[in-house]
Design a binder for this molecule. Structure first.
Ligand code: BG6
Ligand code: MG
Length: 216
């Protein structure tokens, strides 16, 4: 008998592909500052908080900014990012994401969001999926970023289940580490070679099933 009672989902890269919007907004900021920033660099920002993302871009360019300047720059980037996510529609839900959440709920498995983003409510409203989560924990509710397990532990607590009863779905290395650090099972979404610490890795939620979930 499976002990899995809840599934906790990362947002960016698992439910929707917002990495492209993050990239466009950071690229615009980098161009404005005369800094180099490539799509390859963008990989380093996955699962990482907004402030830390800016720090990484500055570090890659050996540039320093005061705390005040950093806040201003991160706000500017976020304004551009928000303009883009405000245009999102349910057509941008990644294949199988909605169907898998619905299948979990129909089977009595609880669902939570566990995201580093402070924009999760905007995105969930735009793609019309907020009602599919029993609990939502995002960057507005945590003080410690992934790989710290805080975001997932708060999700489990909100659902009233223990960490060992949870399965996390994550596309970022830091997120996989966070789930493991929280004592949870984890399904990697992406490349097995990259997410090699996950219990299993699939290319997307369209490859998930309740059977596979209960086999973990
Ligand atoms: C994560 C993304 O989900 O959210 C990161 O993978 C992003 O790339 C982080 O930096 C913070 O997002 P936001 O929306 O609060 O700027
Ligand atoms: Mg992600």
């Amino acid at each position: 008998m499976s002990t899995i009672k809840a599934c906790i989902f990362d947002l960016d890269g698992v439910i929707v592909d917002t990495a492209v919007y993050h990239y466009k907004a950071w690229k615009r900021l980098a161009d404005q500052l005369g800094l180099s920033f490539t799509e390859h660099d963008n990989e380093l920002l996955k699962g990482v908080s907004r402030v830390r993302s800016l720090e990484i871009i500055l570090e890659l360019n050996h540039v320093t900014k005061t705390a005040e300047e950093q806040t201003e720059l991160a706000t500017q980037k976020n304004n551009w990012y928000v303009d883009m996510i405000n245009q999102m529609t349910p057509a941008e839900i990644l294949p199988g994401a909605k169907e898998f959440l619905e299948a979990c709920r129909a089977a009595g498995i609880k669902t939570a969001l566990g995201s580093a983003s402070k924009n999760s409510s905007t995105i969930l409203a735009k793609i019309n999926m907020a009602h599919l989560f029993d609990a939502i924990v995002d960057g507005n509710h945590v003080s410690k970023a992934k790989p710290d397990p805080e975001v997932f532990l708060k999700g489990a607590e909100a659902l009233g289940v223990s960490p060992a009863e949870c399965v996390v779905f994550e596309d970022a290395i830091a997120g996989v580490e966070a789930a493991i650090n929280g004592g949870m099972k984890v399904v990697g979404i992406g490349e097995p070679a990259v997410l090699n610490r996950a219990n299993i890795v699939v290319s997307g939620l369209d490859k998930m099933s309740l059977e596979l979930l209960h086999s973990l």
